[in-house]
Write a protein that binds this ligand. Structure first.
Ligand code: NMX
Ligand code: MLT
Length: 471
């Protein structure tokens, strides 16, 4: 007993040290790793009761505090600006962009462990941060990497389910089919059938979530190799971290592409709770559907062109610009092309956002990556030119609330530069990354006992009558 108390005290002290880097360097000698320090499950087990108490207190003391008024515009306008969800893992500021557990992307790039000094963050580190709210040590990240590798084996029937589809099926359809087939192994479903108590829901949700996160790169790589490389599968390499292994299984083994994949998976993981994929995952999970069912639903939302599929649309659109006008397109020609797109009733993909009102920091960090690694790439230069040309045109349109580029405006040209040129596949990469954010929150949904989501809807007649009465 005394030993366990000692371990727990040590672990708490260590967490505090990790959160205060200055302290942690002076007392580095004290950072003795215990086995529970390195185990994400044990860390969560410690955190959950505190957070349950916090939620209980919030409800009992402030349950009736108003957060704003609901207007008819909000009901008719896709609930924009309506606060209605609890999402612990990240928060989006319209001007500043995303913060993962309070940390901006540049901060994450600075403090999250990397594969090499000064390198891009390891996605496993972000997973640890999203789940615990604490910056992990390199040892904790390595332990999590190892744990994910140990869960990465994909049953044969998953490949068979994908193989039942024509090779021409959209990569997102093949990927989601694979995720649905993974559902067969759900620990949550088994535990629920056996009558698990509510208080323990988070445990099988954790099991499913970690296995899902571990397995989606394998399924995604299978889809890529099936469609574009004659089905020649590359096995996982147990010496590699999550991002590098994924890149390798796709067939890209250069250190630069490994770094790009680590950055890509980190920045696409989470974007608070209201975006279509996260919200869908959360909604479906609120019915106690297991993580596989919930994440497959989320992927179907991600596959829409106004959401994740925009990354495919951007590269196809950029290529259509080059096909029509060449790589040395002038600014005037580019403006004409943008107007032609708008006048034909289409959106300019990669620009605009439901919440952001400034350039997406995920765009900026990809731009910095490009400036460092591929400054002379003609498609990167075109993307840079679009950054100058598109916002004034969208502003001139008069109705676009955010004329600035989002994450999808940049990702395609980076992948294309390193040889991953198949635009129709891009949303699958986004999907792999988003498993990290959606599943992290889902574990907390179950740990906090969040209820079934069921907002009220009304008819136009109801609204007309209500407005007449209130006038
Ligand atoms: N090109 C042309 N028109 C646009 C654009 C754009 N890039 N962005 C917004 N608009 C239009 C929009 O269609 C709407 O027109 P209408 O009233 O005729 O229906 C009007 O401007 C007002 O829309 P907003 O309130 O500015 O944007 P909203 O919140 O409704 O939608 C997006 C946000 C992201 C769906 C929208 O900006 C868009 O369609 N962008 C292009 C697609 C894209 O890049 N999506 C990816 C978003 C990021 N992600 O990964 O999910
Ligand atoms: C996302 O990453 O989910 C997108 O930027 C869309 C959003 O936040 O609404």
């Amino acid at each position: 007993m005394v030993f366990f108390r000692g371990v727990s005290a040590l672990s708490k002290l260590r967490s505090r040290l990790v959160q205060q880097p200055s302290l942690s360097t002076t007392v580095r000698w004290f950072q003795v790793e215990t086995s529970s320090d390195l185990d994400l499950h044990s860390q969560l087990k410690e955190l959950i009761p505190e957070q349950q108490e916090r939620l209980k207190k919030l409800k009992s003391e402030h349950g009736k505090v108003q957060l704003g008024n609901i207007t008819v515009d909000m009901v008719l306008g896709g609930m924009r600006g309506m606060t209605g969800l609890l999402w612990e893992t990240s928060l989006l500021d319209p001007d500043e962009g995303i913060r993962f557990r309070g940390m901006s992307i540049p901060e994450c790039q600075k403090v999250l462990p990397a594969a090499k000094p000064g390198g891009e963050p390891l996605p496993e580190g972000l997973l640890w941060l999203l789940l615990t709210g604490k910056v992990p040590t390199k040892e904790q990240v390595d332990a999590l990497s190892k744990e994910l590798r140990s869960r990465a084996a994909v049953p044969d029937y998953v490949y068979k389910a994908i193989d039942a589809l024509p090779v021409s099926a959209h990569p997102m359809t093949q990927f989601t089919t694979g995720v649905m087939a993974l559902q067969v192994q759900s620990e949550f479903q088994k535990a629920y059938e056996k009558g698990i108590s509510k208080s323990k829901y988070w445990e099988p949700t954790y099991e499913d979530s970690l296995s899902l996160i571990a397995q989606v790169p394998v399924v995604a790589a299978y889809v890529y190799r099936r469609i574009y490389k004659n089905g020649q599968v590359i096995p996982k390499d147990d010496s590699l971290d999550y991002g590098a292994n994924f890149s390798n299984m796709l067939g890209f083994d250069s250190p630069e592409m490994h770094e790009l994949m680590r950055l890509y998976v980190t920045i696409h993981s989470d974007h608070e709770g209201g975006n279509v994929s996260a919200h869908t995952g959360h909604l479906v999970a609120s019915a106690l559907s297991d993580p596989y069912l919930s994440f497959a639903a989320a992927l179907n939302g991600l596959a829409g062109p106004l959401h994740g599929l925009a990354n495919q649309e951007v590269l196809l659109w950029i290529k259509s610009v080059v096909d029509e006008c060449g790589e040395d397109i002038t600014t005037e020609q580019l403006k004409d092309y943008v107007w032609k797109t708008l006048n034909s009733g289409k959106v300019v993909p990669g620009f605009g956002h439901g919440v952001l009102r400034k350039t997406d920091p995920r765009y900026m960090c990809q731009r910095e990556f490009a400036l460092k690694h591929l400054p002379k790439d003609p498609l990167f230069q075109l993307v840079s030119k679009l950054y100058e040309v598109v916002p004034p045109i969208l502003t001139e349109l008069g109705k676009v609330k955010n004329p600035w580029p989002n994450v999808d405006a940049h990702s395609g040209v980076l992948l294309n530069y390193y040889g991953l040129k198949e635009a129709r596949y891009f949303t699958v990469l986004f999907g792999v990354s988003r498993s990290i954010g959606i599943c992290s929150q889902l574990i907390w949904d179950r740990a906090l006992g969040l209820p079934l989501e069921r907002p009220k809807s009304v008819t136009m007649e109801w609204l007309e009558n209500y407005c007449k009465k209130s006038a």
